[in-house]
Design a protein around this ligand. Structure first.
Ligand SMILES: Nc1ncnc2c1ncn2[C@@H]1O[C@H](COP(=O)(O)OP(=O)(O)OP(=O)(O)O)[C@@H](O)[C@H]1O
Length: 586
C-alpha cells in the first residue's frame, strides 16, 4: 500500500479517520458484533460438515441436534447482522453530519473573494456527494475490510489445519487479484477525479438553469440550455458506466482467477479423498470456507481502488475545509457595544484582481449622524466602497476606520452589529415576512416591525394577504416586485438598528413613490444614524448632507447638491444626463 499512497494521501486518510474518533464506543460495539458474527460464520461450515457426515453415518438423532445448533447459530447471526447494519448506518450518518457541519461552517466563514471563483453547484456537489462517499468508505468499506482480514486469518488457521496443500491452492489467486486491483485502482482514481469535476460542472449548470429560469425563458434559450444539460448528463452517464466497467473488468478477472483456484481445490480435494487423506466432513467444511475466503480475499484486494476513490473525495472536502489556500477572513478583537458612526477612508487602494485597480488612493470622511450620497458613473467603484466597509474584501493599501479604529481590528460581531446594509438586489429568505424582517434583530418587536412597514408603505400590501405577515416569501422573493423586495430589505436594515446604514439604491426597482419614501426614511434615520447611500438617481439625494462623486475609483468632487451643481463639471454632466433621461431637457 505504501507505494500506492503518497505522504499527502496518508495525511488525508489520517485526517479523515479523526471523524471516527467521537464514535469510538459505537465502533467498538460494532466490532464486538462483527467478531461474534464472524465466529459463528466460521463455525457454521464445521457444523454443516458434521451434519453431512452424520447423515452418511445414519446417526439421525445426533444429526438433528446438529441441525438445531445450525439453526441457533443462524438466528444469533441474524441478530448480530441487524445490530451491525444499524451501527454501520448510524455511524455513517453521524460522520456525514459532522463533515457537513464542518464544511458548512467553513463555507460561511470563507472570504467573499472565494465566491467570486467558486460555483454554488460545485459547493453543493462537495457537500452532498463527497461527504457521502467518504462516510461510506469509512464505515462500510473500511470496517468491511477489517472484517474480511479477520475472516481470512481465522479461516486460514482452520483450513491450514485441515489441509496445507488445499489451502495453498486457494491462496494462489490472492497475489493475482491484488495485482489486478492495484492497477485498476489507479485508473479508477483518475476517472473518479474527472467524474467529480464533471459533477461540479453538472451541479453548477443545474443550479444556474433553475435559478435563472426567468432569463432562460425570456432570452428564448430553453433549447440551448436543455442541450447543455443533456450533454452534461450524458457525459456523466458515460463516465459512470466507464468506471463501473473498469471495476467490473477487475472483478471479473479476479473472479476468473479465484474460479481457477477453486477448480484446483476441487481436483486436489478429490484426489486427497480418493487417497484417504481427507474425509467428507472436512471436505464439506473446506468447500464452504473456500467460498468465504475467496469473497473476502477479493474484497481485501479491492481496498486499493476503494482508497483511491476515497482520496478523490477527501482532497475535495479538505481543500474546501482548508479554504482553497485563501487566507481566512481576518477580524480583530476590538469589541464595541456602541459606536459613534464616523467613517474614514485613508488613501485606500483596492483591486479585485492583481494589477486592476478599482479604487485608487481614495480618501474621504463621513461625519457621524449624517446622510452621505455616493454618485458617479457605472462601474466607478461605488459598491466596492461598501464591500470594503463591510470587510467583504480587504484594502490592498491604506486603511478604513470607524470612529478612528481600523475596521480590521473589530471583531466580526461588532462590525456586523453596527453596519446594516440594503443591497441593490437584496436576498430574501424562503421564510415569512416577519422572519425575514426580524432575522437579524434580537430586540426588535413585531409592533416595531409593523410601525416601520407602515412608514415604508409595505404594511397595506402585507396586511392584504390572507395570512398577512405570516405569508411565506418564496425563495429570493420571486413572489414580490423589485420595489417590494427592497422595502422588506429596508425594514430589515432599520429593525437591525445599526448605527451605520448603507443603502445601495437599485437602478430599477424603486418606483417614484418608493424613492420619495426612501428619501424621507433616510432623513429620518440620519438624525441618529450615519447613512450612506449609493444613488443612481440624483433626485433621491438632493437633500443629502454631502455628496461624494466617484469616478474610476477616485474622488472627483464633494459637497452639497447646490455646490456641486455650481462648480463640479462631472456632477453637472450626471445631472444633465438624468434630466435628459427623464425627458426634461434636450
Ligand atoms: N467581485 C468582483 N470581481 C471582479 N471585479 C469586480 C467585482 N465586483 C465588481 N468588479 C468590478 O469592479 C468595478 C467597480 O464595480 P462596482 O460595483 O464597485 O461599481 P459601481 O460604481 O457600484 O457600479 P454600478 O453603479 O453600475 O453599480 C467594475 O469594473 C466591476 O466590473
Amino acid at each position: 500500500m505504501k507505494s500506492i499512497l503518497s505522504k499527502e494521501d496518508c495525511n488525508l486518510l489520517k485526517r479523515c479517520f479523526k471523524y471516527m474518533f467521537p464514535y469510538k464506543f459505537r465502533v467498538i460495539v460494532t466490532f464486538v458484533c462483527i467478531v461474534f458474527g464472524l465466529i459463528l460464520q466460521v463455525v457454521q461450515p464445521l457444523i454443516l460438515g458434521k451434519v453431512i457426515a452424520l447423515l452418511f453415518a445414519r446417526e439421525f438423532h445426533e444429526m438433528s441436534l446438529m441441525l438445531i445448533y445450525l439453526f441457533v447459530t443462524e438466528l444469533v447471526l441474524t441478530v448480530f447482522s441487524f445490530f451491525q447494519s444499524y451501527l454501520f448506518s448510524s455511524l455513517s450518518e453521524n460522520i456525514i453530519y459532522d463533515l457537513k457541519k464542518d464544511m458548512f461552517q467553513k463555507i460561511t466563514t470563507l472570504p467573499v473573494k472565494v465566491y467570486d471563483h467558486m460555483k454554488i453547484g460545485e459547493m453543493i456537489s462537495r457537500l452532498q456527494n463527497d461527504t457521502a462517499t467518504v462516510a461510506s468508505i469509512l464505515t462500510n468499506q473500511f470496517i468491511s475490510t477489517i472484517i474480511d482480514i479477520l475472516r481470512v486469518v481465522i479461516i486460514c488457521v482452520i483450513v491450514f489445519r485441515i489441509s496445507i496443500p488445499l489451502s495453498l491452492v486457494i491462496l494462489l489467486s490472492f497475489p493475482i487479484t491484488f495485482f489486478i486491483f492495484t492497477i485498476t485502482g489507479k485508473k479508477i482514481r483518475k476517472k473518479s477525479e474527472s467524474l467529480a469535476r464533471l459533477n461540479d460542472i453538472y451541479f453548477s449548470n443545474l443550479q444556474q438553469s433553475i435559478a435563472g429560469i426567468r432569463e432562460i425563458k425570456s432570452l428564448g434559450i430553453k433549447g440551448q440550455r436543455t442541450i447543455q444539460f443533456l450533454n452534461l448528463a450524458l457525459s456523466l452517464k458515460e463516465k459512470n458506466i466507464n468506471i463501473n466497467v473498469t471495476s467490473t473488468v477487475a472483478r471479473s478477472l479476479s473472479q476468473i482467477s479465484s474460479f481457477i483456484s477453486n477448480i484446483g481445490v476441487m481436483a486436489l480435494a478429490g484426489y486427497l479423498i480418493y487417497k484417504g487423506d481427507l474425509n467428507i466432513e472436512y471436505f464439506i467444511a473446506f468447500s464452504s470456507y473456500t467460498g468465504q475466503l475467496s469473497g473476502s480475499l477479493m474484497n481485501i484486494t479491492q481496498i486499493s481502488s476503494t482508497v483511491q476513490n476515497a482520496l478523490t473525495s477527501l482532497v475535495r472536502i479538505f481543500s474546501l475545509l482548508d479554504e482553497f489556500g485563501y487566507k481566512r477572513e481576518r477580524f480583530g478583537n476590538v469589541l464595541k457595544e456602541e459606536i459613534e458612526g464616523e467613517i474614514h477612508f485613508c488613501n485606500v487602494s483596492f483591486g479585485y484582481q492583481e494589477n486592476i485597480r478599482i479604487l485608487d488612493d481614495l480618501s474621504f470622511s463621513i461625519a457621524k449622524n449624517s446622510t452621505t450620497a455616493i454618485v458617479g458613473s457605472s462601474g466607478g467603484g461605488k459598491s466596492t466602497i461598501f464591500n470594503l466597509l463591510l470587510h467583504f474584501y480587504e484594502a490592498d493599501k491604506g486603511r478604513i476606520e470607524i470612529d478612528g479604529i481600523n475596521i480590521n481590528k473589530f471583531t466580526e460581531e461588532t462590525l456586523r452589529k453596527h453596519i446594516a446594509v440594503v443591497h441593490q438586489a437584496p436576498y430574501l429568505f424562503n421564510a415569512t415576512f416577519t422572519e425575514n424582517m426580524l432575522i437579524s434583530s434580537d430586540k426588535a418587536t413585531v409592533e416595531e416591525m409593523i410601525e416601520i412597514c407602515k412608514k415604508i408603505k409595505i404594511h397595506d400590501y402585507i396586511s392584504s394577504l390572507p395570512v398577512g405577515y405570516n405569508t411565506v416569501i418564496e425563495e429570493n422573493g420571486v413572489n414580490l416586485s423589485g420595489g417590494q423586495k427592497q422595502r422588506i430589505a429596508i425594514a430589515r436594515a432599520m429593525l437591525k438598528n445599526s448605527k451605520i446604514i448603507l443603502f445601495d439604491e437599485a437602478t430599477s426597482s424603486l418606483d417614484n413613490e418608493t424613492q420619495q419614501m426612501v428619501r424621507e426614511l433616510l432623513e429620518l434615520a440620519a438624525d441618529d444614524h450615519t447613512v450612506v447611500i449609493i444613488a443612481h438617481r440624483l433626485s433621491s439625494i438632493i437633500n443629502a448632507d454631502e455628496i461624494l462623486i466617484i469616478d474610476s475609483g477616485k474622488l472627483v468632487g464633494r459637497g452639497s447638491h447646490r455646490q456641486l451643481l455650481n462648480d463640479n463639471f462631472t456632477y453637472q454632466k450626471l445631472y444633465d444626463n438624468e434630466l435628459e433621461c427623464r425627458g426634461l431637457i434636450g
